[in-house]
Design a protein around this ligand. Structure first.
Ligand code: CA
Length: 140
């Protein structure tokens, strides 16, 4: 377990480092595409959102959302990702939505840093943002 501290500018500079961001998002896409067909299905994308844990906790406060509500929410997010309404999310769609989501997180954080407790082996996009900043500062 490790604790990372991130704020809006950490997250933003991660997105602005296009090469790094694209690499991270592409890796995540590949990891999520469990049947290797090059697109994300509804359930594959749901796993991605669950792994980000953005919906279960809000600044460390656990929020219990009924299963039915969650399904509705995940469905509406899927529809956002699937901009051409093909019923699946391709890499381009994934990249552009992830960018929007991560920037929205950055706006939400503003200059107010939050602490995240993460497993060291966890593949979390916000942890990557923190790692990147740490490496730039020469702390790693
Ligand atoms: Ca797939």
């Amino acid at each position: 377990m490790g604790v990372v501290v991130i704020d809006g500018s950490t997250v933003r500079s991660f997105v602005e480092d296009e090469e790094q961001f694209k690499k991270t998002v592409d890796e995540q896409f590949k990891a999520l595409d469990s049947n290797d067909d090059g697109v994300l299905s509804r359930s594959e994308l749901r796993k991605a959102l669950e792994s980000m844990r953005l919906l279960d906790s809000h600044f460390g406060v656990e929020v219990v959302t009924p299963q039915e509500e969650l399904t509705k929410l995940y469905d509406s997010i899927f529809e956002k990702f699937d901009t051409d309404q093909s019923g699946s999310v391709d890499l381009e769609e994934f990249r552009s939505e992830m960018k929007k989501i991560v920037l929205a997180i950055a706006d939400g954080l503003g200059f107010c840093p939050i602490r995240m407790v993460l497993d060291d082996d966890e593949d979390n996009i916000l942890k990557k943002a923190a790692d990147l900043e740490a490496s730039k500062l020469g702390k790693v």
